[in-house]
Design a binder for this molecule. Structure first.
Ligand code: GH3
Ligand code: MG
Ligand code: MG
Ligand code: MG
Length: 310
């Protein structure tokens, strides 16, 4: 005898085993011409903390992919103007959507038809009718997996911060957004001072700890909408949307001070490490902000280190 589970229990269970959480708010795109049913799925998934968009007309799928950036796509197979697997194929043609998990959610019972669909772009076949419980479990497991893979590609393993290429991309995305909205965006380039000496004196593993400590501090201090990347070995880039130069300087001054006050210790010896930061702010689309931040960082270094320059 197996005790029937309720949704709350399953979500609890998923949270503890897969490190899922409601705050993860996975993004799910539902493609189904049955408006009522799609709305029901949406409500169920939203109740489990996910962000859901519904597309009833297959012609709007690519636009929704572009604007909503789903992590999981649930595709109906029988649609008015096409078959679901054709949409799966279309999605798979674009490398930008490589990481999206595609599952069919259809009342198709024929195994041949299901297998055919799976050979054409989707990875999985969920059959209707589906219980709320099955839907939530199936989608959250796939979303968690998709995000894990995505993070493995985008994030640095020592710090969990965005890798070089991704943070550069993020700078451009935020610059474009800022120009569109006519708002400022600031970029900070942060570099540890005399870090070679830290490694030479205390060893590379201790140096790694210092790098991790700074990344943790940055994560704590920055906003949810900010992005942080490990730009190089002991060099970091923070992108701060809707943050003007004065606010960016104040923020980085606070971080600089807190970091300098952090004590590290090895074999009863304790030491401190400082950082320097360069800040550049773009108001409307202007020159290379990263380059400007780098120049400011150079200023901070050459005028004595342990300071913020803009
Ligand atoms: P400056 O104040 O001018 O920045 O001096 P610096 O010694 O920090 O100079 P530089 O930026 O040239 O040196 C960076 C050092 O950081 C060199 C490298 O050994 C060390 N480093 C880079 N990546 C890592 C890492 O992942 N772990 C550790 N422990 N050290 C690293
Ligand atoms: Mg249908
Ligand atoms: Mg350095
Ligand atoms: Mg450096």
């Amino acid at each position: 005898f197996v005790k029937p589970l309720d949704i709350a229990e399953v979500i609890d269970c998923l949270e503890s085993h897969l490190n899922l959480s409601q705050s993860a708010s996975y993004r799910v795109l539902i493609v189904d011409d049955d408006e009522l049913l799609a709305r029901h799925y949406k409500l169920v998934l939203e109740a489990a903390g996910m962000m859901v968009e519904v597309v009833n007309d297959p012609r709007q799928v690519l636009t929704a992919m572009d604007s909503f950036h789903p992590e999981v796509v649930l595709l109906d197979l029988n649609l008015p103007t096409c078959r679901g697997y054709e949409l799966a194929q279309l999605i798979r043609l674009n490398p930008a959507w490589l990481r999206v998990a595609i599952a069919y959610l259809s009342s198709e019972q024929d195994e041949q038809a299901q297998a055919f669909a799976i050979r054409h772009g989707g990875e999985d076949f969920l059959t209707k009718p589906i219980s709320d419980l099955r839907l939530v479990s199936a989608v959250s497991v796939r979303a968690a997996r998709a995000r894990q893979l995505s993070d493995a590609i985008d994030r640095d393993s020592l710090t969990g911060l965005l890798k070089h290429s991704r943070i550069k991309e993020q700078v451009n995305i935020e610059l474009q957004r800022a120009a569109r909205q006519n708002k400022p965006v600031s970029v900070a380039m942060i570099d540890l001072d005399h870090f070679k000496k830290v490694n030479d004196t205390y060893g590379h593993p201790v140096g790694d700890k210092v790098i991790r400590a700074l990344s943790q501090l940055l994560r704590q201090r920055l906003r949810k909408t900010d992005s942080i990347g490990r730009y190089g070995g002991e060099e970091f880039v923070a992108v701060l949307p809707e943050c003007d130069q004065d606010s960016a300087v104040t923020l980085l001054e606070g971080i600089r001070e807190s970091f300098a006050a952090l004590g590290f210790s090895v074999d009863n010896k304790s030491f401190n490490v400082t950082l320097s930061a360069g800040i550049a702010t773009a108001i409307s689309q202007s020159g290379d902000v990263l380059e400007a931040a780098d120049k400011a960082l150079y200023q901070a270094k050459s005028s004595g280190r342990n300071r913020v320059a803009a």
